[in-house]
Design a binder for this molecule. Structure first.
Ligand SMILES: C[S@@+](CC[C@H](N)C(=O)[O-])C[C@H]1O[C@@H](n2cnc3c(N)ncnc32)[C@H](O)[C@@H]1O
Length: 210
């Protein structure tokens, strides 16, 4: 079990979220993503890469039926701990599953909304420090290594009118990103954008073309 008692805690919309040094601490990108979401009562939501669980918990607080995943075992334990801790605040449901991208999702499970704040920073081999915080931020040479695999998998898990939201940084390769989206026949739109010190963060919303 991870030691949660020694970690930091923060508050968000009535949720109390414990943190852990091996798990990404929600930042501007996480909060921008939450701001962009349009959640309806009973929506089935999948959050990939949940970290401490904040986004998935916010969805469950807003009456959604939420499943979230992560590859980091510390994140899985922390998200489960935070789900338990906030049980009274949740009007919907939350289930935390361990796995790479969609690997923990069963054959016929589909979602109204899929969400991902991926590792998106372009990172050379020299810049890698190793460990789980690298896994949270390292998007490979062009920043798109994990996002590309996510884009290739989305369609199978979206309902007829489903949509997916993900974070993109201006430090990554936008031309390549939009080529990947076109190749998968996904319509895309930037629904929210904010300038930070060194980058612009965009929230993309994508839907399948039928
Ligand atoms: C930038 S952090 C976002 C954490 C949290 N969702 C937030 O917005 O604060 C990225 C998260 O994705 C997870 N992750 C990275 N690659 C993944 C993969 N292939 N499948 C599932 N989760 C992944 C990391 O472990 C990390 O928790």
């Amino acid at each position: 079990m991870i030691d949660i008692i020694s970690s930091k805690t923060f508050h968000f919309n009535g949720l109390v979220i414990d943190l852990h040094p091996e798990v990404y601490e929600p930042a501007e990108d996480s909060f921008l993503l939450i701001e962009a979401l349009k959640i309806n009562y009973g929506d089935k939501i999948l959050e990939i890469g949940t970290g401490c669980g904040l986004i998935a918990l916010e969805c469950a607080r807003c009456e959604a039926q939420t499943i979230c995943t992560d590859v980091n075992p510390f994140a899985i334990q922390l998200a489960r701990h935070n789900s338990e801790r906030n049980r009274q605040m949740l009007k919907g449901t939350i289930e935390v599953r361990d796995g790479d991208l969609f690997s923990a999702i069963k054959e016929r499970e589909i979602f109204d909304i899929v969400i991902f704040n991926p590792p998106y920073l372009p990172t050379s081999n020299e810049k890698k420090v190793g460990g789980w915080l690298d896994v949270a931020t390292d998007g490979g040479k062009d920043g798109l290594q994990v996002i590309k695999r996510f884009i290739e998998g989305i369609k199978k898990y979206l309902s007829q009118n489903g949509r997916a939201y993900f974070v993109f940084s201006s430090l990554s390769d936008r031309t390549k990103l939009e080529e990947y989206l076109d190749k998968e026949r996904l319509t895309y739109e930037i629904v929210l954008s904010q300038q930070f010190d060194f980058e612009v963060i965009d929230i993309y919303c994508v839907t399948p073309k039928y």
